[in-house]
Design a protein around this ligand. Structure first.
Ligand code: ATP
Length: 582
């Protein structure tokens, strides 16, 4: 438990000093809880002496005692307030910083990171885990530290009157610590399982929501819901298992503290009978014995919650220690946009996908990449955008290896239109503006006109301020595609990567999209992943990729004369005008 507290303290980073000051205020607060009891014992002592006729109790003495108690109550609230001011907002401030930092990190890691860590896992860290830290990190550490400080303050007060009773109290606390350690051990073992069940539940839920159209269209609602329900019941089972384990050990812990209270009361009675301590002191210590463990009794639940946070901190650590893809890169100003791939090889984990590919693409020219589905076309483009880094060879622009450039710099020069368009749950205006946040309304409308989407946007009830569903779900495929092209036109980057995706739209939309694409690529260095040969016949250079290898290259006229994949594709195209390569 204390290692966990140490971890949380380290996690607070620059707020550590405030946390330590909080402990000082907490200690003082606890002394001010113990002092009134001592004051009450003192007054009681005087009253008993008065009753026994040994000395008379003066009103002045009673007033002073009353004043002292009021002072203690005020002191307690003052230090409690100071502790709250110093400590309580730390977790909120820290988690806000963490969320911003994670956003930054996720922007700079390779896409391979997202292959290794599921979306649910990352979403769980940013939402559930950080929320748990936000809500409980400070509260639980305060509960534990406060409880031990209060017990320490009370034992020190008892020590002032009887070292024997103080020793009994100390031994009792040490015994209870044994059960508390056991509880922490159980919690630690179960937390990892619970965390896994939690991530699986988030993943299953996300998958269910994302795949809802496929699930419905295949009539698999029953089995999909069953899978979702399984993740919910796994989560329930592990929670019940944790609670059961907790109940027993916690029961023993509470019992040890109660027995210690009884032992203290017994001990103090014996000492009173033997005349070692007076009756008022005995009463004070008996009161102490039942109050001193009140906060300590809540420690197990705090320790349990703290252990739950261990997994959250572990997951946070995994994200925070992820390698930036552009760790040692810098901002480079490019003067031209000649692109060159030299002996490029790449593997996802251990699966070779690109093998020794070399080609060059002069500025302002058009390169088309064709090949069967899964041949590596998208991967070749992803390497240019540094979504992944090459394993061997190099890619350069204007003679600079792209690994020397930060992703932000590199991506300033590149616009990508993906085959699967993603639009944000935001207004149409902001979705287009994403290409260039500082763009004016006129520039946005101009880009929309070029991308042949101004008209349909204007016809919407709220025009450019229309809110889109998540992923652009409220628009047709063709409309989404044109909006994404408007976004790229607005960005006006000198290099354009186009995952050509007009195959699945109707002829009218195809015409509009082609019109939008022509506006986008004018005067740019263009790489187009061609799904249909008839759209790339005018490319300056065509690469034919087969199983990650560059097997042919040349113009359409040259390739059509050669025996090979390209000619075969052309034959198929001639046979059926609707044929798709991928
Ligand atoms: N993130 C990934 N992790 C592991 N393997 C991947 C990943 N992405 C793609 N692959 C594999 O790499 C190979 C090349 O994929 P890529 O998407 O580059 O092909 P493609 O030619 O663009 O295909 P398509 O035309 O169907 O889009 C495929 O075998 C694919 O299964």
């Amino acid at each position: 438990m204390f290692t966990m507290i140490k971890r949380i303290v380290n996690w607070t980073g620059s707020y550590k000093k405030r946390f330590y000051w909080g402990i000082v205020w907490s200690l003082l607060e606890n002394f001010f809880i113990a002092f009134p009891l001592m004051g009450a014992a003192y007054v009681l002592n005087l009253m008993l002496q008065d009753t026994a006729g040994l000395r008379s109790l003066h009103t002045k003495e009673a007033l002073w005692a009353l004043l002292f108690m009021v002072f203690c109550v005020l002191g307690r609230f003052f230090f409690s307030y100071l502790r709250a001011v110093f400590q309580e907002s730390i977790a909120y401030e820290k988690t806000a910083e963490e969320r911003i930092e994670i956003g930054d990190i996720l922007k700079r890691v390779s896409l391979g990171f997202f292959d290794r860590h599921k979306t649910g896992e990352i979403a769980g860290t940013v939402t559930t885990d950080l929320s748990a830290l936000e809500l409980y990190a400070m509260k639980m550490t305060d509960t534990v530290i406060g409880a031990y400080l209060q017990t320490l303050a009370m034992i020190l007060c008892i020590l002032f009157f009887s070292w024997k009773v103080a020793t009994v109290a100390l031994v009792g606390v040490l015994c209870s610590a044994f059960f508390q350690r056991r509880l922490v051990k159980d919690s630690r073992a179960n937390t990892a399982v619970r965390q896994k069940a939690n991530d699986s539940m988030i993943n299953a839920t996300l998958q269910f929501i994302r795949g809802i159209t496929v699930i419905k269209s295949y009539g698999r609602t029953g089995s999909a819901v069953a899978e979702l329900q399984k993740s919910f019941s796994d989560q329930r089972d592990i929670n019940i298992k944790i609670e059961n384990a907790y109940m027993w050990t916690n029961g023993l812990y509470q019992l040890s503290l109660k027995l210690t209270s009884v032992a203290i009361a017994f001990m103090v009675c014996l000492q009173t009978i033997h005349g070692e301590i007076s009756l008022p002191i005995m009463l004070m210590i008996v009161i102490f014995s039942f109050v001193m463990f009140a906060r300590l009794e809540t420690v197990t639940s705090a320790a349990h919650t703290l252990e739950m946070m261990r997994a959250a901190l572990d997951k946070l650590q995994t994200i925070k220690t992820a390698n930036y893809i552009d760790e040692n890169s810098k901002d480079i100003v490019l003067n031209n946009f000649d692109i060159s791939y030299q002996n490029v090889s790449f593997a996802y984990d251990h699966k070779n996908v690109i093998e020794n590919v070399s080609f060059s693409l002069p500025e302002n020219s058009t390169l088309a990449i064709v090949g069967r589905s899964g041949s590596g076309k998208t991967t070749l483009c992803n390497l240019l955008a540094r979504f992944y880094d090459v394993n061997h060879g190099s890619i350069s622009i204007d003679g600079h290896d792209i690994r020397e450039m930060t992703c932000d710099t590199l991506l300033r020069y590149i616009s990508i239109v993906f085959q699967h368009v993603y639009l944000f749950h935001d207004t149409i205006l902001n979705n287009i503006r994403f290409g260039r946040p500082e763009a004016s309304m006129e520039e946005i409308k101009e880009a929309a006109k070029k991308a042949a989407c101004h008209e349909f946007i204007e016809n919407l009830p709220n025009g450019y301020n229309t809110m889109l569903g998540e992923g652009g779900s409220t628009l047709s495929g063709g409309e989404k595609q044109r909006l994404s092209i408007a976004r790229a036109i607005l960005k006006d980057a000198p290099i354009v990567i186009l995952d050509e995706a007009t195959a699945s739209v109707d002829p009218e939309n195809e015409h509009l999209i082609q019109q939008a694409i022509s506006a986008l690529v004018k005067g740019k260095t263009l790489i187009v992943i061609a799904h249909r040969l008839n759209t790339i016949q005018f490319a300056d250079n065509i690469l034919v990729i087969d199983q990650g290898k560059l097997v042919q290259q040349g113009t359409h006229e040259q390739l059509i004369e050669e025996e090979g994949i390209y000619k075969d594709f052309q034959k198929i195209l001639n046979k059926t005008s609707n044929w798709q390569l991928s």
